[in-house]
Design a binder for this molecule. Sequence first.
Ligand code: FES
Length: 103
Amino acid sequence: MGNRNLQHVQHHILICNGESCLRNRGDEVTLTIREQIADLKADEYIHTTRTRCNGRCNEACVVIVYPEGDWYRNMTPSEGKQLVSDLLNETRLVKDKAFHSFK
Ligand code: FES
């Protein structure tokens, strides 16, 4: 287990790795999001976590972003990549995939 410094983290991406989401490319989505974060040298600003089921299996693969409180459905690897860019550039190109927001 690491002891990561969270001081500069601005976004926490939770990527569902429950059974249904893994059947819908959850592992690929996870790896693509992490690669994009590394490629954009944003490790300091975006933290990711694989989760178990988030109770929305019909919308697998589910990706959740805090503190925005946005829940995204049916995410693909390329949309995961775009989501990372959106967070860094303050754009919302994958906004149509959000099905719930706490804000
Ligand atoms: S496995 Fe992802 S929401 Fe259920």
